[in-house]
Design a protein around this ligand. Structure first.
Ligand SMILES: CC(C)(COP(=O)(O)OP(=O)(O)OC[C@H]1O[C@@H](n2cnc3c(N)ncnc32)[C@H](O)[C@@H]1OP(=O)(O)O)[C@@H](O)C(=O)NCCC(=O)NCCS
Length: 141
């Protein structure tokens, strides 16, 4: 199937992106908040099948040495076709000179390891108090 891989936000339906992310519990954004978050991220990737956004990802970056990946998701009907890996690969193309960090669900650690990500010995985070309960529940921390 011919999907469109795009690194710009042209014609993106933010409700679809929001439904994709919220459906996996990755965010609890409104469509306006999703748009805001992607607009304020240096790297955006979307996969579109016809009229439908079926995959997305974004990275914050200083464009020179550091980047952080967030909101990687592929519509369940399209899993295991290599699309998730392509989203990561397209983000890494745009952050080629950077150390790229992320945190993820325990279930997807091995998926990122397969793609070359390593566990950090000294990675630390200051989580927002309003997120801590959910992060503990999902076994992130
Ligand atoms: C994680 C996710 C993006 C993977 O997308 P995908 O398009 O199905 O993955 P790909 O097809 O690129 O990769 C598939 C490969 O990874 C493996 N894989 C898929 N999900 C995996 C997981 N959770 N853990 C370990 N390996 C996994 C598959 O076995 C497959 O290997 P194979 O090709 O040898 O069979 C997708 O499952 C998803 O959207 N999950 C919900 C949201 C999420 O957890 N996002 C990441 C956390 S931020």
């Amino acid at each position: 199937m011919a999907y469109i891989f795009q690194k710009n936000r042209n014609n993106i339906d933010w409700t679809q992106v929001t439904d994709l992310l919220n459906g996996f519990g990755l965010t609890d954004f409104t469509p306006a908040e999703t748009k805001f978050a992607f607009e304020n991220s240096a790297v955006n990737v979307f996969i579109v099948d016809g009229e439908k956004v079926i995959g997305c990802g974004r990275a914050l970056s200083d464009g020179i040495s550091q980047a952080a990946i967030y909101n990687i998701a592929v519509d369940e009907a399209y899993h295991r076709h290599g699309l998730g890996k392509q989203i990561i690969s397209l983000i890494l193309e745009e952050t080629a000179n950077c150390n790229v960090v992320l945190y993820t669900h325990p279930d997807t650690i091995s998926w990122y390891e397969e793609q070359g990500f390593r566990r950090m010995k000294t990675g630390m985070a200051m989580y927002h108090p309003s997120h801590i309960e959910a992060l503990i529940k999902m076994d992130f921390i």
